[in-house]
Each structure stands twice: as C-alpha cells, then as structure tokens.
Ligand binder design. Sequence first.
Ligand code: CAA
Length: 287
Amino acid sequence: MELADVTTISVLGAGNMGHGIAEVSALAGYDVTLRDINEELVQKGYEQIEWSLDKLVEKDQLSDEEADAARERITPVVDMEDAVAEADVIIEAVPEVMDIKRDVYSEVDEYAPDHAIFATNTSSLSITELSEATDRPERFCGMHFFNPPVRMQLVEVIAGDHTSEETLAVVEELAESMDKTPVRVHKDSPGFIVNRVLIPLLNEAAWLVEEGTATIGEVDATTKFDMGLPMGAFELADQVGIDVSYHVLDYMHETLGDAYRPCPLLAEKVETEQVGKKAGEGFYKYD
Ligand code: CAA
C-alpha cells in the first residue's frame, strides 16, 4: 500500500488523544470515523474537537470554511464494524492497558479490510506484543502523537519486531501529510524515546514534593522559567493525564526496573481520580 491509497482513517478511542488525532486527520483531508464504546464518550470527544476547531478559528490559525470541512469529515460511531470496515489506516488510542488494547485488536482484526494498517498510539507498551494480537503483525506499528496533537509537531513511528518497512514508510508519510514531523524509533523499547526521558522527569518532580524538598509551585517555577520547559513539570503531568503518566511509569518499572518506581503522590492522584485537566483537577484546578 502507498500513502495515495489512504483516504479513510478510523480512530479508536475518543479520549484526550483520540479526539485530537481524529481532528488532525480530518484537518489533513482524510475521512475519519471516531469510535468509542458508548454514545456519551464519542459525543464528548466530538465536542472537544468542535471546541478546538473554534479555538483555532478564534486565533486565526484556521478559516471558518476549513473548520467546517474538517467537522464534516468526522463521523462519530459506536459500532466497531461501522468504525473500521472502510478504513485504510486504523489508529488506536484506547486506555494504556495491554489487555484492553489486545482485546480491541482481536475484535478489529475481524472487521478491518485486509490491506488496512494498524497504528497504535500507545505511550509505552510493546508494539511487538500488541501486534501479535492480530493476524497482520507486519502491517502494525506505533504512531505516537503528543498532547495536544493539534499543537504538537512530533510523531514517533515505532517498529515492532514484525513491522514491514512498507508499513513504516506509509505511516511516516501519513504523519508528514498531517504536517507533523515523524521520528522513527528503531527498537521497541518501553516508553520509546520521549516518554523514556519525560516520564521519569515527572516522577522525580513528584518525589521532590513527596520528600519535602520543594513545593509544587517551586518545582514548576524552576522547570518552566529556569530550565526553559514550555510547562512546569506538574502542569505537564496535568496536561498529559496523571493516569497516563502513572500507567507508563508502572510499565517502565515492571519492564526496566526500580529506577522507575512510581512516586505514591501520583498513585494517590489516580486513586482520587484527580488525573489532570481532563478531570477538572490534578495538581492544579481547571474551570
Ligand atoms: N486546540 C486548540 N487550542 C488549544 C488546544 C487544542 N487542543 N489546547 C490548548 N489550546 C489553546 C489554549 O486554550 C490557549 O488558548 P487561550 O490563549 O485562548 O487561553 C492556547 O492554546 C495556548 O496556546 P499558546 O500558543 O498561547 O500557548 P503556548 O505557547 O503555551 O502553547 C502548548 C501551548 C503548545 C500546549 C505548550 O504549552 C506546550 O508545548 N506544552 C508542552 C506540551 C507537551 O510537552 N506535550 C507532550 C506531553 S508528552 C505526551 O503527550 C506523550 C505521552 O504519551 C504521555
């Protein structure tokens, strides 16, 4: 398959990342189905896309016509067969839990056209292991966007042990067609490049607060203004989702060892469901 054969993209999962990936795909001119497990979740994702498109128009980064065209290209669906039956590329952004993702893949495999490429937006999990839940491991790779997808330039394209060169080339070109910069990750290693560097930073920031070395405000002021990050470490954890950060860390701890032991402060936030911007509260409160 070549990029020219790609006209329809199915995005599975309408959450924080899924809705953004659907938006970016529609803005690039692809027909998109956005799927989640119930009407309420899929509708919430669609409303977030509408909010984002309006924001881009308000800031003169998009015309009204471009926003309308993108909106019209997106079809929200709940039924899995409807979501993937016509898809050339399926980008999966369901929760960061191996068993959930593998279950989704075994269902999708049944309904997706034979030629379709499966691209997972996993933040850390093994591409090889996920690909083995399908009958097409050679047409399976990682396509990892960053939050918020509509603003972040980078996409990691990750090869699993079975991924074909043709699949990687199509997915890299697909990212470029979305005005993104793909970076190939040659080895299927937990956290890939960005999260291997970023998530321990968020964890260390949490340990500093946990052990009483600094306050959240002091860590954020230092990481933002003095180290030059675009957001403070805790602001970034809220943006990414503390639950996502925790899942990634937990997996890195399990696969790479004790250096990645999650700070209890993160676990507490997950337990109390104060997981960041999307929940209205994380380390900070949001309207
Ligand atoms: N769509 C449209 N507008 C959006 C938006 C979206 N999805 N998200 C935020 N905005 C808007 C905000 O509402 C705000 O609008 P107002 O000014 O009206 O309040 C505006 O964008 C802010 O944009 P600015 O350009 O003024 O602000 P900025 O220069 O700070 O840029 C940013 C914002 C691009 C998010 C920047 O802060 C940034 O780069 N932050 C770091 C984000 C990051 O590192 N993400 C990766 C995390 S790792 C990850 O995601 C991977 C994983 O697997 C865990």
